[in-house]
Design a protein around this ligand. Sequence first.
Ligand code: BDR
Ligand code: CA
Length: 307
Amino acid sequence: PLPVILDGDPGLDDAVAWLLALASPELDVLGVTAVHGNVGLPLTLKNAGVTLALAGASVPYFAGADRPLVRGALTAASVHGDSGLPAENLPEATHPPEAEHAAHFIIRTVRERPHEITLLPTGPLTNLALAFRLAPDLPAKVREVVWMGGSTAQGNRTPAAEFNALADPHAARVVFESGVPLRMVGLNVTMRCIATPERVQALRDLGNRAGAVSAELLTFYAEVYRKRYGLSGGALHDPLAVAAVIRPELLDWQDMRVDVEIQEGLNFGRTVCDLYGGGAQANARVAVGVDDEAFFALLLERLGRLG
Ligand code: BDR
Ligand code: CA
């Protein structure tokens, strides 16, 4: 199996994404690193422990950055609830977080197994940027970064910017300019993967705890998406990035140059994507299409494997 480190800000779709990863035999999850984002770091760290317990996984987890590199903190509690995991009867974590900082864990693991490790961030890129700055040799030693974030088109947190990009644009800039092999799974594809009421019911019908909790989380989420966007359910952003590692062929990819706007203003945090290839050399492989049905079938089948 492919060795991966999951990095994110659970966050309800991060939690579903991590369940997908932990249930998938193609992946060997070496560790989970928490970052500020949807809610503050103390909660994303706690939720990391809870998510591992939900999956029955004894994987180590680590606290990372508690704030963006430069800008002020940005959260999304209105989308993810004040706790980040709006569900009843969640299990307690089965083990405490490790003492090592997330960035140090990433550096140590990548150096131990050069060219083998895939980093799978589904939140602001602060932990990766810190690791790349502390260890300039790292981008050349990472197998691949597959990030849920950005967009080839519109944003969600602002008209121009996607939340993970906007929550730390400077960190995103560091990662996109690092030369690391990079795939971006942005809103232009994730907004096509909706947890409709039928799909939520299918998760509930799995009859296991992972399915029940996912259904509960996605029901809370659907309310927000219904009110805000007039959609029938929430977008499965972060799970799609995990699926892109397990089954890249579920998406269509295009190599292009992506730059991150760090000037504060209307376009702050925008991932400026050179879709028509007129500009500089490509630095990312960007998802431009998705087989939404096949993706959801994978998610459902995998969550069904959990206890
Ligand atoms: C991203 O923002 C967060 O709220 C979600 O967890 C996802 O990672 C979507 O813009
Ligand atoms: Ca996230």
